[in-house]
Write a protein that binds this ligand. Structure first.
Ligand code: AMP
Ligand code: ZN
Length: 142
């Protein structure tokens, strides 16, 4: 039983219908109900975690494995040779459903979409010294 007020837990529990394409012990994948492109697929952990940092390593590995296996299959199913794969990880990043989900969006040359870089208006000025300091700080936090 998942979170009763979570739409994706309700999909896992079969209380809400979905166009499921894959399921194993830890992971489920289904078509997005409002696809950005034909074949737009969501991959979710079956257990409820709001954001990536809440997921145990094994669940993260299962999501990664499913992404690796499913992305090329999803692409092939709609005749695409590429996909944009992304996770809105937290409300500030645009996550609307607080149950971790990875988007696999098939891409074609004429779809008028951009790269992940196009989400942002530009690049902030960050000097090399600052990058060095930041890298060291992140490294020591891991
Ligand atoms: P996000 O902004 O990353 O939280 O994206 C949530 C995604 O879930 C959107 O792309 C929605 O179209 C999709 N979505 C919402 N409800 C459903 C549903 N019942 N079945 C499939 N996809 C859904
Ligand atoms: Zn949930």
């Amino acid at each position: 039983m998942g979170e009763s007020n979570c739409i994706f837990c309700q999909i896992v529990d079969g209380e809400i219908p979905s166009h499921t394409v894959y399921e194993d012990d830890a992971v489920m994948a289904f078509l997005d109900a409002n696809p950005l492109a034909e074949g737009h697929t969501l991959i979710i952990p079956k257990d409820h975690y709001s954001t990536m940092d809440e997921m145990p390593d094994a669940v993260g590995a299962a999501i990664g494995r499913a992404l690796t296996q499913l992305a090329p299959v999803v692409e092939n199913s709609v005749g695409a040779n590429a996909s944009t794969i992304g996770i809105n990880n937290g409300e500030d990043a645009g996550q609307e459903i607080p149950h971790v989900h990875a988007h696999v969006i098939p891409r074609t040359p004429d779809d008028h979409g951009g790269s992940i870089h196009s989400i942002f208006g530009g690049t902030p000025e960050i000097g090399d010294d600052e990058l060095t300091e930041l890298a060291q700080d992140i490294e020591t936090r891991i």
